[in-house]
Design a protein around this ligand. Structure first.
Ligand SMILES: [Zn+2]
Length: 330
């Protein structure tokens, strides 16, 4: 892998008639870089670019955020706390995984972080020599991304219509996204979640789009809390709280469900479950007595999932957090 050089600009600002590596979300035509946007040379659609960040949302963000008001102090603290988790996710799990996959290849791995949130992943992976991209569909994130060094690799886009060509990526990462697709969540007064009738169709469409941008022989890694495990440490009334849930709740998927959705999305897809060692942290839950009680046997279990003969544990109800590798065969 080459080392990051800190440039890697892909959306030039001051030249015209330059072709962008991105493509039109409406017609899949090529995009030309204009001074303040991207224009499809086939259908004429325009997509704005501000501060290097291309916006394909067409105004349909999943959140409501007014940049002129900024964020409250409480919200700012929440966003700062989130950074620790974002750094650990990449440093302890995904970067080592990418480096193992790249082997001795001279070419940088091209990686997409789908639903990348604050975009820190793209800066960290880029600094390690990965050609990293990220997308999210949030007005708040777009505002937050102005602080990112590699913001020209961050695009505001719906996961259902990504502005990337077929097979553009060697690896696509989707962390803690799939469970939120096709469900309605409420936080007030208590956390509750209801599946929508079209949940499976929406989740399969998400995987289909991610598999489209993964090349033949490329891989997609989907991680989420395991629906077969009876406790959810990630969604609840407060951070690090534990929420008991029924296997029929219809929110968190099981390994079998993700495997079926991946096959429905692309019949060349093959799913295997990996150990979440390095991915699963006990930071927030460790503040509670049950978290500390849980941490030691869990560390043993996560290690065991890496040993041949015990890998089935990773897809079993004993594993609280699924990391599913979906390979797209050529
Ligand atoms: Zn077009």
């Amino acid at each position: 892998m080459r080392s990051g050089n800190g440039r890697g600009s892909t959306v030039p600002h001051n030249t015209c008639r330059l072709k962008s590596p991105l493509e039109c979300i409406r017609c899949r035509g090529p995009l030309e870089a204009l001074p303040d946007g991207l224009r499809c040379s086939r259908c004429g659609s325009d997509f704005p670019v501000a501060e290097g960040i291309a916006d394909f949302s067409e105004g349909r963000y999943y959140d409501v955020f007014d940049p002129s008001h900024g964020v409250s102090d409480a919200h700012r603290v929440g966003l700062e706390n989130e950074e620790t988790g974002a750094v650990a996710r990449i440093r302890d799990f995904f970067l080592p995984l990418i480096q193992r996959s790249a082997g001795s290849s001279a070419r940088a791995m091209r990686v997409l972080d789908s639903g990348c949130g604050n975009g820190i992943s793209v800066d960290l992976l880029s600094a390690a020599g990965v050609e990293a991209w990220g997308h999210d569909l949030s007005a708040l994130r777009k505002w937050q991304w102005r602080e990112r060094r590699m913001r020209e690799r961050l695009v505001v886009a719906d996961a259902a219509t990504l502005p990337f060509p077929d097979g553009f990526f060697d690896l696509v990462i989707s962390s803690g996204v799939i469970e939120h697709i096709g469900v309605e969540e409420r936080g007030n007064p208590r956390y509750s979640v209801t599946p929508l009738a079209e949940r499976d169709a929406l989740r399969a469409a998400y995987l289909r789009e991610l598999l489209r941008v993964v090349g033949g022989g490329g891989r997609l890694i989907v991680d989420c809390p395991n629906g077969a495990f009876p406790i959810d440490f990630w969604h609840g009334d407060k951070a690090g709280g534990a929420r008991w849930h029924s296997p029929r709740e219809g929110f968190l998927p099981t390994f079998g469900e993700v495997q079926r959705l991946a096959r429905k999305a692309d019949n060349r897809a093959r799913a295997v479950s990996l150990s979440a060692r390095g991915r699963l942290r006990f930071q927030q839950v460790g503040a509670h007595w049950y978290g500390r009680l849980f941490a030691i046997p869990m560390a043993v279990l996560l290690r065991a999932m890496e040993i041949p003969g015990f890998r089935w544990l990773a897809r079993s109800p004993l594993n609280p957090y699924l990391v599913i590798e979906i390979e797209r065969r050529k």
